[in-house]
Design a binder for this molecule. Structure first.
Ligand SMILES: *Cc1c(COP(=O)(O)O)cnc(C)c1O
Length: 224
């Protein structure tokens, strides 16, 4: 059985050490548990330690978990297809993977229709990965931000990124992008980057939120 309290302790120690190395306050780094393809029991164990928000990758799975745990919040960190937009808005408190204007427009339209408000994060891909993970290029970003600007129902929270492995300077690229857009928009923008294997590099570059799956819950089940 996975010892969640012990794993949280280890993760907090890693975050603290990474913060000390760069003079950051450990409480400025949020630990977002990623519960995709993990059973409800593990989510419950984490919730008993005070975690109230969980990252999920699949709309259907997130919906099922949100219905089973009405006291907890779930945020979407996986790719969003157009035909799942409505269900995503209903199931998640934040959509963290908005990466194209067409999707942003659809979200605006539906948020208005459903009369609800959701935090929005833009998923960036500055490195031309073009993987199935998605992500907005730097060239496409101004238009996407314009589509979201001024929408009080879908407030922009920040940027999510999954930099290519073994390229720690990629975290710095994101830090600089964040600075530029904070200046342009005159608002604070958060950075969600860093996972089980690279949270230290991400914290060092200024990440505000690390998204942790395996280091917290263990290996995931093979299928959704
Ligand atoms: C699965 C996933 C994570 C967690 O990854 P681990 O390596 O298990 O910590 C974080 N972010 C995203 C977008 C993911 O899909």
């Amino acid at each position: 059985m996975i010892n969640i309290p012990l794993r949280v302790e280890i993760l907090r120690a890693r975050i603290q050490k990474a913060c000390e190395a760069c003079n950051r306050v450990p409480s400025s780094v949020e630990l977002l548990p990623v519960s995709k393809r993990q059973p409800m029991e593990l989510i419950q164990s984490a919730s008993q330690l005070g975690f109230a928000t969980f990252g999920e990758n699949y709309v259907q799975e997130g919906l099922a978990k949100a219905q089973a745990c009405p006291d907890l919040s779930f945020v979407l960190i996986g790719p969003l297809q157009r035909n799942k937009t409505k269900q995503a808005l209903l199931s998640f408190t934040e959509i963290m993977t908005v990466d194209r204007s067409e999707l942003a427009l659809r979200l605006r339209h539906l948020a208005e229709e459903l009369q609800l408000s959701r935090g929005i994060w833009i998923q960036m891909d500055l490195w031309g990965e073009e993987t199935k993970m998605g992500g907005c290029s730097e060239t496409a970003l101004p238009a996407l931000i314009k589509t979201l600007e001024g929408d009080t129902r879908l407030p922009l929270q920040g940027f999510l990124a999954i930099p290519p492995p073994g390229q720690p300077e990629a975290f710095q690229d994101m830090a600089q992008l964040r600075e530029r857009w904070q200046d342009k928009l005159g608002q604070r923008l958060r950075l969600s980057m860093g996972m089980s294997d690279d949270l230290e590099e991400a914290v060092q570059a200024g990440s505000d939120q690390v998204r942790i799956g395996t280091a917290l819950f263990g290996e995931r089940a093979m299928s959704a």
